[in-house]
Design a protein around this ligand. Structure first.
Ligand code: ADP
Ligand code: MG
Length: 260
């Protein structure tokens, strides 16, 4: 199983929207996909229609307890897509974990022990660089970084990259950046064009060619408990995520590509 953390310590940049819709698009190619909701807000769980009664075991129990991923996983209505849901308990985990041995490796251990059928795991990170995101970075093979097309897009990125560098040096030397995805692109706004050109000039080829447009269908879908790809698969947002998934698969090692 290849593991990708969707991370950016800024909130509202499209992490959860990207995690849900990429997971769905990857599952549509035939891959068996595991989504791990690592945000105490549980937006990925809610957005996939997972009610609170289905969250008896959650990512909190995997991190803080002895619960395995198999025990916590819930099937979604998307074929081949399973999720480890999140609950608000997770907001206490950052503090509770401080006293644990190997507090940075709790998720890594659970992911390595997972025996399920999954080809790929996506981890939806919270908007911070705390212990939850660090657990995701230690567990991950690579990162996908959504970047909102706004004036301050690059602000905070150096902090993210230096965290990645520290994780590489101390815990996970193989951690790579799979790609940076530009989100909420607005064709009618010339500023976003400029931002996207600037970001590409600074970051180069790590930026995916596919750009996710600002599209109201993407923001409506979660309130129906559905990925946009199922809520309205023809909308520009869904089509963009299908293209992004294709590009993402092209960046995976050949062994992982074979599952698609
Ligand atoms: P994060 O997980 O980084 O906090 P979200 O994916 O939850 O970000 O997105 C923040 C808000 O913006 C949500 O309300 C979401 O529905 C909306 N949103 C995300 N991407 C888009 C987009 N491309 N077009 C329109 N709305 C979007
Ligand atoms: Mg989120």
């Amino acid at each position: 199983m290849i593991t990708i953390a969707v991370a950016n310590q800024k909130g509202g940049v499209g992490k959860t929207t990207s995690a849900i819709n990429l997971a769905t698009a990857l599952a549509a190619t035939g891959m068996r996909v595991l989504l791990v909701d690592l945000d105490p807000q549980g937006n990925a769980s809610t957005g996939l229609g997972i009610g609170h009664s289905q969250r008896e075991r959650s990512s909190y129990d995997v991190l803080v307890g002895e619960t395995s991923i198999e025990e916590a996983v819930v099937h979604t209505r998307v074929p081949r897509l399973d999720i480890v849901p999140a609950t608000v308990d997770l907001s206490g985990a950052e503090i509770e974990l401080v006293d644990f041995d190997a507090r940075t490796h709790r998720l890594d251990r659970a992911v390595k022990a997972a025996q399920g059928p999954w080809d790929i795991a996506l981890i939806d990170c919270p908007p911070s660089l705390g212990l939850l995101t660090i657990n995701a970075m230690v567990a991950a093979d690579s990162l996908l970084v959504p970047l909102q097309c706004e004036f301050f897009a690059l602000e905070g990125l150096s902090q993210l990259l230096s965290t990645v560098e520290r994780i590489r040096q101390r815990f996970n030397p193989g951690l790579s950046i799979l790609g940076v995805a530009l989100t909420m692109f607005d064709r009618r706004n010339r500023l976003t064009d400029q931002v996207s050109a600037d970001v590409r000039a600074v970051l180069g080829k790590v930026v995916f060619e596919t750009v996710i447009p600002r599209n109201v269908r993407l923001s409506e879908a979660p309130s129906h408990g559905l990925p946009a790809l199922i809520y309205d698969h023809r909308c520009s947002g869904s089509q963009a995520y299908i293209a992004l998934a294709r590009e993402l698969i092209g960046r995976l090692p050949a062994t992982a590509q074979a599952a698609a």
